[in-house]
Design a protein around this ligand. Structure first.
Ligand SMILES: [Zn+2]
Length: 430
């Protein structure tokens, strides 16, 4: 059975910012079969037709998140990073149970779907529970098994074995990856092993790189080279590698990224909130480096709203370059859709084109924020500059509706909210 969607316009999510007015989009078996102007649409006698008054956009791809951290949202506000970690985060995480992670991820996943993001790259404890949560809400995820040296989470070897074992349970909805935390917390030989395993099994390897100005100082003093060059020298780069943040990168570091085709998860809200710095987004794009937007964890952002990140990405790129053309609205939207899918190595996601998965978002345009529209591309401009996640009405993943009129169709968001509240207070020791 073909599902046909008609919409005021389809925003494709490509780099050029293509907008198809008066559009038809056909879905079959969870895939987009056809998309284009209604006047050219194939006959649809057997189709079930959904008529949407607004704009249809691709489900966004959040390339970097630790979403179960909704449990810690807003906690320790205003503390410097070291005190925030020692006094607020670590004591809470020490009490964390697998069930806490699953409940929190379910709530966060429902929130992301309601904000128009259908896929997220997750790096957090208890990956099987994260996967279960995502399957419950109907979203997609790349669940990167964390490699981190913390008591209670096994040796690095055990963590890597788990990561490889779990890949057998992966599919198009939940794909497993490997998430060594960083070069300053995970030994270089372990990073190299993880990278070899990722290449062998075609897994996404995602790692924090150059988030803050000083985190690589010790490695630099020991090895005499920056973290990006060190990763290259230890055979960590190559394959599907996604560096999170990549704020403090010099020309040589960016050249390494270009040479090895390393992608970047760009997280401007988190970088701004934690005063980490402003990534060289324009330079990365000019070098042909793949970049996708990420929210980072909701304890360091504090939202899971890619609309805010893509707008901030454009604003900060323009400020940094002192040039209002430094990042176009089309590029900003692409960084959260088609560009983000490319950054995580998923050519089946992120754009509304035939053959890709039918992850769709309906944005309500019956709002003053969408006025005026002279040229059709104004719709895309408004999406970036004047509209937010509050205008998302409906969301589909693989053609299945998971948000209807702003509410999850799969999980009870009110019950989850109460559950997260109770668990968060327990974790805080109250
Ligand atoms: Zn992170």
């Amino acid at each position: 059975m073909v599902q046909r969607f008609t919409a005021r316009a389809v925003v494709v999510g490509d780099r050029a910012g293509t907008v198809v007015p008066d559009a038809v989009l056909d879905v079959e078996d969870g895939l987009i079969r056809w998309v284009g102007p209604a006047a050219d649409a194939p006959p649809a006698e057997a189709a079930e037709v959904t008529r949407l008054p607004g704009v249809l956009t691709p489900g966004m791809v959040n390339t970097h998140a630790h979403s179960p951290m909704v449990l810690f949202r807003g906690q320790g506000e205003g503390l410097p990073l070291d005190r925030w970690l020692r006094e607020v985060m670590w004591p809470r995480e020490a009490r964390l149970t697998p069930e806490d992670v699953e409940v929190a991820m379910t709530a966060a996943s429902a929130e992301m779907l309601r904000h128009g993001a259908t896929t997220s790259v997750e790096m957090y404890f208890h990956p099987e529970r994260i996967a279960a949560a995502v399957r419950a809400t109907g979203a997609r995820a790349v669940v990167a098994n964390p490699l981190i040296g913390l008591p209670g989470f096994g040796t690095f070897e055990e963590q890597l074995d788990t990561a490889v074992r779990l890949t057998a349970d992966g599919d198009a909805q939940v794909e497993y990856g490997i998430g060594p935390h960083s070069a300053y917390t995970v030994p270089l030989p372990v990073l190299a092993q993880a990278a070899a395993a990722a290449r062998e099994h075609d897994l996404l390897l995602t790692v924090h790189v150059a988030e803050t100005a000083t985190e690589g100082d010790e490695l630099l003093a020991t090895h005499g080279v920056s973290v990006p060059r060190l990763l290259a020298a230890h055979d960590v780069l190559g394959g599907r590698v996604l560096g999170a943040h990549c704020v403090h990168m010099d020309d040589g570091d960016l050249e390494v990224w270009r040479e090895y085709d390393i992608a970047v998860a760009h997280c401007p809200s988190s970088n701004a909130k934690l005063a980490s710095g402003t990534a060289r987004l324009r330079d990365m794009l000019d070098l042909g480096i793949r970049v996708g937007m990420g929210t980072d964890g909701p304890a360091s952002n504090d939202n899971l709203d890619l609309f805010e990140d893509l707008r901030l990405a454009a604003q900060l790129a323009r400020l940094r370059e002192r040039d209002a053309t430094a990042l176009t609205a089309a590029e900003a939207f692409w960084l959260a859709t088609g560009g983000a899918a490319a950054a995580i190595g998923r050519a089946d996601l992120g754009q509304l084109t035939a053959g890709r998965r039918a992850d769709l978002v309906h944005v309500d345009t019956e709002d003053i924020a969408f006025v005026p529209v002279g040229d059709t591309t104004d719709l895309l401009t408004h999406l970036v500059w004047s509209v937010g996640s509050r205008h998302v009405r409906d969301t589909w993943v693989a053609g299945r509706q998971v948000v209807a009129d702003g509410t999850s169709t799969t999980v009870d968001e009110a019950a989850l909210r109460a559950d997260v509240q109770t668990r968060a207070l327990r974790l805080a020791g109250r």
